[in-house]
Ligand binder design. Structure first.
Ligand code: NAD
Ligand code: MG
Length: 418
């Protein structure tokens, strides 16, 4: 590859004939696929420069065939070798990189003006940070890095001039309800509070006693959104809303007390901002991630996303209710972590990632998830607002402690399924 940016200076504008280059970190996932769908509608505005994935060789190969990126990255080196061979067989010129280094190179490419951060979990932290340091427009779907180290991402964005635009539908909605010219990270004058909406997930009305036995398939069957498995489980426990509460504090410079979570089963109102004069502004739309993706790609313009227009009469009614803390203990754990600050959100996030993976792997039960997180929070002592090394050390310690707790659970037969 030639022409890689290596100066560390912000990329102000690398458009070729008005076409903006785009890198998608995590292109084979749910957000990545939606982003490619939107980009393919606007070849005159965007070109795909780099795509990355973890292990899904055939899906990335198909994307290379269709979108002809200059670079493709497989995190796993064996998978990278396989992709290289398959591309060569098809005579496709895409260069293949691998590993964490490859992900960071893709995030830093000079030919990319825009980086879509769509890796799942803490694994997205370093490449996202790299894109921010390079001064890109960063479309943030990957919320976990913000939860772990939001103050670092915001600080680095200030330094490099990167534009951090939220793609998480609620945060994108809030961003749209803030005054024109609003820049993420700054508190907004006249804002009273934020209403963060939430569908309630698949178990909103399931009898509490049945939650103990729910399966990964049931947890991943979200009533409104089709998403990756980790965020689907987070949506069932409402940890997703807890992570989003922390994400909103980071992105919009507000305290946790200024955010109210409301369950809104129709998932049509994506979030709201309440102002000092009594006005409440909301963003509405059909639940389809292509809307926030297209918004952030085109911002401050608007462009076609492929999402059908909202039919208000068909929607007919909008319901709102308070979440039940007994049903959703993960939400309470996250709200407490938001209040504690420091590395507590990183500890919470790491333990949750381990707990969700164990649930998806059939090792623990659904109701074990909050127990694992609570245990990790009680065992790992938090550090104050910290630099990256401290955050990563607390993340690693939380994973270790969570694994130990799980080992204890699984040595007792069927403990998780009681
Ligand atoms: P997904 O599981 O469908 O896709 C994840 C992508 O990341 C895949 O391309 C995968 O190959 C890649 N990946 C996974 N582990 C990796 C690793 N260790 N290293 C490098 N790449 C890795 O996930 P998703 O549903 O698209 O979610 C992506 C992110 O966006 C998550 O942080 C999620 O919370 C957030 N988000 C998703 C939605 C949604 O509708 N899916 C909505 C809002 C926010
Ligand atoms: Mg969301």
């Amino acid at each position: 590859m030639t022409n890689r940016q290596d100066s560390g200076m912000p990329v102000q504008d690398q458009r070729v004939g008005g076409v903006r280059g785009v890198t998608i970190l995590g292109s084979t996932g749910s957000i990545g696929i939606n982003a490619l769908d939107v980009l393919a509608r606007h070849p005159q505005r965007f070109r795909v420069v780099a795509l990355t994935a973890n292990t899904q060789v055939d899906r990335l190969l198909e994307q290379c065939r269709r979108h002809a990126p200059e670079v493709a990255v497989m995190r796993e080196p064996g998978a990278a070798e396989e992709l290289r061979r398959k591309l060569a067989r098809l005579d496709l010129p895409t260069e293949v990189l691998s590993g964490e280094e490859g992900l960071q190179s893709a995030a830093a490419l000079a030919q990319s003006d825009i980086v879509v951060a769509a890796i799942v979990g803490a694994a997205g932290l370093m490449p996202t940070l790299e894109a921010v340091r390079r001064g890109k427009r960063v479309l943030l779907a990957n919320k976990e890095p913000l939860v772990m180290s939001g103050h670092i991402l915001m600080r680095e964005a200030c330094r490099s001039g990167a534009q951090l635009l939220p793609v998480d539908s609620e945060h994108n909605a809030i961003f749209q309800c803030l005054p024109g010219g609003y820049q993420t990270g700054a508190p907004s004058q006249g804002m009273r509070k934020i209403f963060l909406t939430c569908s309630g997930g698949p178990f909103r009305t399931t009898p509490l006693a049945e939650l103990v036995g729910v399966t990964p398939e049931q947890a991943c069957a979200h009533p409104r959104w089709a998403m990756g498995r980790k965020i689907s489980v987070d949506s069932a426990t409402l940890m997703n809303k807890g992570l989003e509460l922390i994400e909103a504090c980071r992105l919009f410079g507000v305290a946790p007390e200024q955010i109210e979570i409301v369950i809104h089963p129709q998932s049509v109102v994506h979030s709201l901002v309440s102002y000092a004069d009594g006005s409440v502004l909301a963003q509405l739309g059909n639940p389809d991630m292509r809307t926030p993706i297209a918004h952030a790609l085109a911002w401050p313009d608007r462009m076609e996303s492929g999402v059908k227009a909202l039919d208000l009469v068909e929607v007919a009614r909008l319901d709102f209710e308070r979440p039940d803390p007994q049903r959703f203990p993960c939400l309470c754990l996250a709200a407490e972590a938001a209040r504690m600050g420091g590395t507590t959100p990183a500890i919470l996030n790491a333990a949750n990632e381990v707990a969700v993976a164990a649930f998806l792997g059939g090792v623990v039960g659904f109701t074990d998830i909050p127990r694992i997180i609570e245990y990790a929070l009680s065992q790992v002592s938090m550090n104050d607002e910290a630099e990256l090394e401290v955050i990563l050390a607390d993340d690693a310690r939380a994973r270790e402690v969570a694994q130990q707790f799980i080992a204890g659970l699984s040595s007792r037969p069927k403990r998780g399924m009681q």
